[in-house]
Design a protein around this ligand. Sequence first.
Ligand code: ZN
Length: 442
Amino acid sequence: MALRFYNSLTNKIEEFVPQKGKKVNMYVCGPTVYNYIHIGNARPVIFYDMMKRYLEFLGYDVTYASNITDVDDKIINKAIAEGKSEEEVAKFFEEQYWNSVEMVGSKKPDLIPHATQYIPEMINFINDLIHEGYAYGNDGDVFFRVGKIKDYGCLSNQVSDDLESGARIAVNDKKESPLDFALWKKTDKGIKWDSPFGAGRPGWHTECVCMNHKLFGDTIDIHGGGMDLKFPHHENEIAQSEALYHNHLAKYWLHVGRLDLQGEKMSKSLGNVIFVKDLESKKDGMILRSLILFSPYRSIISYSEDLKNQYAKEYDKWQRAYKQALYTLQYNDINGDNLNDAEINKFKEFMDDDFNVQNVLTLITDIVKQVNVLTRSKDYQNLLVELNTFKKILDVLGINLFIEKMTEEQLDSYKKWQDARNNKDFDTADIYRAKLVEWNIL
Ligand SMILES: [Zn+2]
């Protein structure tokens, strides 16, 4: 079995065959840093981090890039409103972003291109598009000529007529066609750069294509993002890449579904938002991570307190089983790193099947039951294998239970507690028990 997943570009589940053997490059659209991220924004942050971990588990050498959009109208407006520079606003919210990424257990990407560091490249890129006839300037703005791209709409599968009638709502006299989108925006306020087209700033759609090309050159393997980016952002990335590089930018396009709050779209402007920064503990971050990972990645998640509590209960079960087994094995000095191959193969089989995480969750539930049974029956060798397997699967998913082996001092107390219990010396046992409870071992 090989890894297969849904390619949004072809609308088919396809076998994953990277272009350069074991080397994989993936690019995921990152945040515009003008506010804190909410738990819906965290969904791609969690999913693609898991995807990278899984590819590495399969033996691929993955380079994962995700950008920071540090220039945008929203940042400019925030800077003006707060009497700060755009740089200050962007720096602050970028730092907050990385805190949130850590909170949900994701690693920083390998490459983090910032839009403001690629301005000369973007200007050259836009110049090339103009020279090739794919873009035109008008009074300091530059637009992409969508009509020149024959298969425009290939990703979002909206035929041009549909797109055009939708786009007509926003009429812009400067454009040749309502579908055309801005590559360079003339600005009269906020941060701007000089260019052959006039002073202004680059458009968001150009940023990702240009940085992608600078970082990776040819067609990349995987381009990811949230479902809401499919149109127009990703469609427009593809259009620009087709114009200059004659490719669809990436071989595989992936889109993760939205996360709604009790059936309603979360929106900062509506105020029905849960920010990641407001999660109370790292454990809450892990509960959110589990909730997101074990929901089918292409479907909408309807987040609720009930759903969260359901995963909180699961997580508690995992922690309890893991803790008991780990300390039991440590107490009995049982060590080793063997895995249950049959279960690891099942895990792979489910993950390879377009990330069938629901089956993975069932597998984990079975393993946890098995861990409890083996702990009770004192079958330590099998318990060790089962526990290693449990840990391995959680590691690949990036789920941390935050339970470490006991220190020497703790183990010593643990032994004394067990001895006292065996000797029915309950007063002494209680003394050690209290210590172990304080350390959160019992
Ligand atoms: Zn992008």
